[in-house]
Ligand binder design. Structure first.
Ligand code: DON
Length: 301
C-alpha cells in the first residue's frame, strides 16, 4: 500500500462527470461545492497515507452514530438492544415506514430512529453537555487529538429544518421508546451529527475499530467486532447490500459525504466527497472505496 495508489484513485475520481448532490435538507451543507475529495488510510504498521483535501474538516453526520453506539455499548452494555434492533432496514435513513409496523422499535442503531434512541439512552441521568462531551471525548481519544469540534451552525441549521427527525422522535415517544423530551434528545443528536473531522482524523479514529497494532485500543475487541458487523449490514442503509457487494468491507456513511471503512486488522480508511447518491451516501466516496478494495484486494470475504 502506497500513497501513489491513493493519488491514482484521487486522479481517477477527478475524471468523474457526476459528483452527486450535497445534502439539500440541511441548509449549511446544501451550498458546499461537490467537486471535492479526500482519502486517508492508516495501516497496521502505524503509517497513515493521504491524498486530496485530507486536512479539510467536514461534517461527519451519520458517521458519528458509530461513536455514539460505541459510547453507549461501553457505558450501558446490552441494555440498548431492548430498545433498538440489529437488522438491516432496506429503507432510507430517515424512513418512518417500519417504525409503525414494528411498534416504535427501530431496526438498527444506524437509521435515524435507532440513532435517536441510542442518543436517548446515552442521555440517561445526564445533561446533553455531558453526553456530548463523552462522545467527543471518545472520538478524540480514538484519533489521539483534541482538535475535533462541534460546528454549532450546522447543528442549528438542522434543528431549524429537521421536521423528519422531529416526527421520528415524537413517534418514538408515543411508543414509550424515548425517555427524554424529544427536543432534548434531538438537540443532543443534532450536535453529535455536527462534529467535524478531517479524513486524516477519521482514519486515525477508526484504528481502534480495525484493531490495528499501532493504534490505541479504546474500544473493547468484543464491541469492535459487533460494531463492524452492524456497519457491514446496516452502515449504508438501503445501499448496504450494494456497498458490501462493491467494497466487501464494513463501512459507515454520513450525509456530509464522509465514509469510514474498516479492513479488520489491516487498515482504517476515511473518505470524503460531499456530493451524495440516491441513498444519501457519498457518490464519489463510494466509487473510491470500491476502487481501493479492488486495487488492494482488501475484503472480509
Ligand atoms: O439526522 C440526519 O438526517 C442527519 N443528521 C444525519 C443523517 C445521515 O448522515 C445519513 N447518512 N448517510
Amino acid at each position: 500500500m502506497t500513497e501513489r495508489i491513493l493519488q491514482d484513485i484521487h486522479d481517477e475520481i477527478f475524471r468523474l462527470d457526476d459528483w452527486g448532490t450535497p445534502a439539500q435538507y440541511i441548509p449549511e451543507l446544501a451550498c458546499i461545492p461537490p467537486r471535492q475529495f479526500a482519502i486517508s488510510v492508516c495501516l497496521a504498521n502505524g503509517d497513515c497515507l493521504n491524498a486530496g483535501a485530507s486536512d479539510r474538516p467536514f461534517s461527519i453526520q451519520s458517521v458519528s452514530k458509530v461513536f455514539s453506539l460505541a459510547a453507549t455499548l461501553g457505558r450501558f452494555g446490552d441494555q440498548l438492544w431492548s430498545r433498538v434492533g440489529r437488522e438491516p432496514s432496506g429503507t432510507s435513513f430517515d424512513s418512518v415506514v417500519l417504525l409503525e409496523r414494528e411498534n416504535g422499535r427501530p431496526r438498527n442503531p444506524f437509521v435515524n430512529a435507532g440513532a435517536i434512541v441510542t442518543t436517548d439512552v446515552l442521555l440517561a441521568g445526564r445533561q446533553p453537555k455531558q453526553a456530548l462531551a463523552e462522545v467527543l471525548g471518545l472520538i478524540r481519544a480514538m484519533a489521539e487529538t483534541d482538535d475535533i469540534h462541534i460546528n454549532d451552525k450546522v447543528a442549528t441549521s438542522e434543528r431549524l429544518t429537521g421536521a423528519r427527525n422531529k416526527a421520528l422522535a415524537h413517534y418514538l415517544q408515543s411508543h414509550g421508546n424515548l425517555q427524554n423530551e424529544p427536543d432534548l434528545t434531538l438537540g443532543t443528536y443534532f450536535h453529535q451529527c455536527a462534529i467535524e473531522m478531517t479524513t486524516r482524523q477519521l482514519a486515525l479514529a477508526g484504528r481502534s475499530l480495525a484493531r490495528l497494532r499501532a493504534g490505541p485500543n479504546v474500544i473493547s475487541p468484543r464491541h469492535a467486532r459487533r460494531i463492524n458487523a452492524l456497519m457491514m449490514t446496516c452502515g449504508h442503509y438501503d445501499g448496504s447490500g450494494e456497498f458490501a457487494y462493491q467494497v466487501g468491507l464494513p463501512g459507515k456513511s454520513g450525509v456530509g459525504g464522509g465514509i469510514l471503512v474498516i479492513a479488520p486488522r489491516v487498515a482504517s480508511i476515511a473518505i470524503w466527497s460531499p456530493g451524495l447518491n440516491l441513498y444519501g451516501n457519498s457518490h464519489a466516496g463510494t466509487r473510491a472505496a470500491a476502487m481501493l478494495a479492488q486495487t488492494t484486494c482488501w475484503s472480509v470475504f
